[in-house]
Write a protein that binds this ligand. Structure first.
Ligand SMILES: CC(C)(COP(=O)(O)OP(=O)(O)OC[C@H]1O[C@@H](n2cnc3c(N)ncnc32)[C@H](O)[C@@H]1OP(=O)(O)O)[C@@H](O)C(=O)NCCC(=O)NCCS
Length: 234
């Protein structure tokens, strides 16, 4: 983990915006996408083909042919500002590094960590994934997500998130899903609230990015049978 981050930093960090945390912790994060651990994983999510969301929007596996769409949509400073894992400018090399990390993870563990959000034409217009941020045997995980700017404010991510949460709770042992949102990212807070997540508090100085401490709102949703504030109570 650390060596991968270090390699990324050495390649890009000094001359472009690379969203490495200053302490390079590599644990829970807003879109920390490179974490892997050894596991006994019989209870985790096997590779699934396709999750239908709404109006032809689907969640499917990330493939090598998604690189151009990733560059087209993620090369925007707002994605860098609101996450810990998306560099700026976002290049083909960044897309390739990400796709390789997804495919390596799937090959190593036989599990799905990342899903491409696709429009009815099959183009990748976003992403959502589990971060396995508390270890792969844990009952809880942080999630991360993004959507192409041309698709914002149409309710797409709310629909995706609701379907994703339902899928994860029905197919895995996870009983708690969490999201951390940088203070000021009101659209993401709103999406989480619409999808049934509850705001549990403000984590002060949660991240150190570019020499500045950043606070995050902590959101979580519980599996319906596992307690109050779950999706079933909405
Ligand atoms: C966060 C994000 C995924 C939202 O996707 P989306 O499909 O536009 O979300 P939805 O349309 O389902 O819902 C957006 C809601 O936020 C509201 N909203 C949008 N911009 C807002 C703002 N600046 N302040 C307050 N609310 C805002 C919308 O009005 C809508 O709420 P409503 O239905 O009550 O009107 C998208 O903005 C994004 O990819 N952002 C950059 C990456 C990111 O922040 N990822 C999450 C990291 S935690």
């Amino acid at each position: 983990m650390r060596s991968k981050l270090k390699a990324l930093f050495l390649r890009h960090g000094w001359r472009r915006r690379q969203p490495l945390l200053d302490d390079a912790r590599g644990d829970a994060g807003i879109g920390t996408l490179f974490r892997t651990q050894g596991i006994g994983d019989s209870h985790l999510l096997r590779l699934s083909n396709c999750i239908d969301v709404v109006d032809g929007i689907q969640l499917t596996k990330v493939t090598r042919s998604d690189a151009p769409s990733l560059v087209k949509h993620l090369n925007d400073i707002e994605f860098y500002d609101n996450t810990c894992s998306i560099p700026h400018p976002y290049t083909t090399s960044d897309a390739t590094i990400f796709i390789n990390s997804v495919l390596d993870f799937e090959k190593e563990h036989g599990l799905q960590r990342d899903w491409a959000i696709r429009n009815p034409e099959g183009e990748q217009i976003g992403g959502i994934g589990l971060l396995y941020s508390h270890g792969m045997k844990s009952h809880r995980s942080e999630i991360g997500y993004w959507l192409a700017k041309t698709c914002w404010n149409q309710g797409i991510m709310t629909s995706v998130l609701m379907r994703f949460v339902e899928h994860i709770f029905s197919m895995t042992h996870f009983s708690r899903l969490e999201a951390q949102v940088f203070k000021g990212n009101d659209a993401s807070c709103r999406v989480l609230e619409k999808a049934g997540f509850h705001r549990e508090g403000l984590i002060r100085h949660a991240y150190l990015k570019e020499g500045k401490y950043l606070d995050t709102h902590l959101y979580a949703v519980l599996k319906p049978s596992s307690g109050r504030n779950s999706v079933s109570s909405l």
